[in-house]
Ligand binder design. Structure first.
Ligand SMILES: O=C(O)CCC(=O)C(=O)O
Ligand SMILES: [Fe+2]
Length: 389
């Protein structure tokens, strides 16, 4: 469906490209007037009077582009600024210090990754990375090549004592930021469910008590060499991504109709929200996972971003698609159930969640996530999971 473009050799600092107004139908449902990424206010979702408008805009954004900005999200400005600051301080540490936290040390795919060690579409991504996930005890019974691989993803993050001594607020700030992003993601998934005409708790039930999430902190150093790319073109693979970026710019999404790249400009006090391939699959393509990339950074300033990837619990089994989704018609979001004023049990379309969990018919979320992280960090697999162990 998409032509996945690569950075061209003469690519320079990105400038905003206003998309031409076009009207074209994609598949059976997608009518695009312009590839404009909307800004939605979470307060409009929380306010029952404005909720129907919010849901309409969310549905439209996810059908047409797959991305929107969220503002008034409830995460304090200071907390977000501190998270960004602590990430910048971490990346400024000497390489020897950062190497104490190498991702390869962790069976749970947590830690630091040097620049030039990740590839997307055979081109090296020009960024340093630091990975976290929910702080949990490891699965004690995990045995490589006997247990499902994905059980190995669960576990603690790396917190080297010397790093914590140098950056005392590092650990609490990261953990607090993940807690807040989890709460925001739960709320957004409730809105996604309602926007699809499902009951509000549809995904919450699917997500289980401990949704699996990952926080990726990235530094894209400013370089003179134009022949690299910050991060190659891809779709996120899971359910929901909530991304914080600084003011440098460089993130682009691909217009699903024209294939043109458009800048996802930094907007202060917002997060960028995208849905991934799992949602695209579950909705039978109704909701679109945006192809995106990060240009090579030649701005003269280092760029930092913090995407948060939110997915169901690792042992969840998911349906191949949600049956009976309304594909075309504009939904009427004014019913009492959508507005949260009555119990929304009656609103369920499709399969009951309980029957899915025990069913062998669905696909394994854990296996899907394991494949994703493993594609990005094969060195962890080689060290901890390979069959020769
Ligand atoms: O750094 C960014 O702005 C985007 C990164 C990204 O798309 C990813 O890591 O999946
Ligand atoms: Fe991405």
């Amino acid at each position: 469906m998409f032509e996945v473009a690569r950075a061209s050799a003469n690519m320079v600092t990105p400038t905003f490209v206003e998309m031409p107004t076009i009207s074209k139908t994609v598949g059976t449902h997608r009518k695009i007037k312009s590839a404009h990424v909307k800004t939605l206010s979470l307060q409009d979702f929380k306010n029952l009077e404005t909720r129907p408008i919010f849901l309409r805009e969310m549905r439209e954004s996810l059908m047409e582009i797959g991305t929107f900005y969220i503002k008034d999200h409830g995460i304090a400005k200071e907390l977000t600024a501190n998270a960004m600051k602590t990430v910048q301080e971490y990346f400024a540490l000497p390489l020897e210090e950062k190497k104490k936290m190498l991702i390869g040390n962790s069976r749970h795919y947590r830690g630091y990754k040097l620049i030039g060690e990740e590839f997307t579409n055979s081109l090296v991504d020009h960024r340093e990375q630091l990975q976290f996930a929910r702080e949990q005890a490891a699965v004690e019974s995990f045995t490589p090549s006997i247990s499902p691989d994905y059980e190995g993803l669960q576990g603690p993050n790396q917190w080297p004592a010397s790093t914590l001594a140098l950056l005392p607020s590092f650990q609490p700030r990261i953990l607090e930021f993940m807690d807040q992003l989890e709460a925001l993601s739960q709320c957004l998934m409730e809105a996604v469910a309602l926007s699809l005409g499902l009951k509000g708790s549809y995904f919450r039930d699917l997500f289980g008590a401990a949704p699996y999430y990952r926080l990726k902190c990235a530094k894209y150093p400013s370089v003179n060499n134009a022949r690299t790319i910050g991060c190659g073109a891809h779709k996120d693979t899971g359910f929901l991504t909530v991304l914080l970026q600084d003011m440098v710019g460089g993130l682009q999404g691909q217009d699903p109709v024209t294939g043109q790249w458009m800048d996802t400009k930094p907007v202060p006090e917002t997060f960028i929200v995208t849905v991934g391939e799992s949602i695209e699959k579950l909705t039978g393509g109704l909701y679109h996972a945006t192809v995106h990339r990060v240009l090579n950074n030649t701005s003269g300033r280092d760029r930092f971003s913090i995407p948060f990837f939110f997915d169901p619990t690792l042992d969840a089994r998911l349906p191949y698609s949600i049956p009976n989704l309304v594909q075309n018609a504009r939904l009427d979001f004014t019913s009492d159930a959508v507005k949260g004023t009555i119990d929304d049990e009656d609103l369920v379309h499709g399969l009951g969640i309980a029957s899915l969990k025990s069913s062998e018919d669905g696909w394994s979320n854990g296996t899907h996530i394991f494949e994703t992280v493993n594609r990005c960090h094969p060195e962890v697999y080689t060290r901890w999971y390979s069959r020769e162990l």
